[in-house]
Write a protein that binds this ligand. Structure first.
Ligand SMILES: C[S@@+](CC[C@H](N)C(=O)[O-])C[C@H]1O[C@@H](n2cnc3c(N)ncnc32)[C@H](O)[C@@H]1O
Length: 174
């Protein structure tokens, strides 16, 4: 879809100002990205988290980036990456443990191959005060996929003002 500082990101550029607002207004202490891809969004997240002292973790079952650019080395991005199948027993256990033990409030960005499955496995483990964001809102992940997880949508006005594309949605756990 676009590049971020030379790395491909599978996000719409129009979502970046909303992510900027997310980081400015949601006081998270940890961020988990499910789905690293080619690392563009990972680099954006890494920079935001580095600046704000937020712990950052990103998971993928394929390594498509080497985190070799000087800026990636400077912020230690390779250490944030775990190569694992998040639906395997080991992957599920690791992510559940992270959700339980990382500093709160926590945010999770669901952007792996199967968003409803990721959500049903992990979203209910977050607590009120945490945040959940999902990519491909309205296409791969819809309102009915939220199930019984208590959430309130954030940034509705900005989200509704976006043009067409593959978009993210942001929720606060309530
Ligand atoms: C849409 S891409 C992620 C894009 C990235 N968040 C970005 O914004 O640039 C989805 C990623 O999920 C990964 N994936 C798919 N199934 C997975 C699984 N079972 N475990 C871990 N990663 C998986 C794919 O390898 C792919 O890189």
């Amino acid at each position: 879809m676009a590049d971020f500082m030379g790395r491909h990101m599978a996000q719409e550029p129009q979502d970046i100002p909303i992510w900027d607002k997310f980081f400015d207004t949601c006081p998270i202490k940890s961020l988990i990205e499910l789905g690293t891809g080619h690392g563009g969004m990972t680099l954006y997240f890494g920079l935001q988290c580095h600046k704000r002292g937020v712990e950052f973790y990103t998971f993928d079952n394929v390594q498509s980036t080497d985190f070799a650019m000087p800026i990636e080395q400077e912020i230690g991005l390779a250490k944030a990456f775990t190569l694992i199948d998040i639906f395997s027993d080991e992957g599920t256990t690791q992510i559940k443990g992270l959700i339980e033990n990382c500093p709160k409030p926590l945010a999770i960005f669901f952007d792996n191959g199967n968003k409803p499955r990721e959500w049903s496995l992990f979203a209910h483990l977050t607590s009120p005060g945490d945040f959940c964001a999902v990519h491909d809102w309205g296409t791969e992940f819809t309102e009915s996929d939220i199930g019984s997880v208590a959430v309130e949508q954030l940034f509705v006005e900005e989200s509704d003002a976006r043009g067409p594309g593959w978009k993210a949605v942001w929720f606060a756990r309530v």
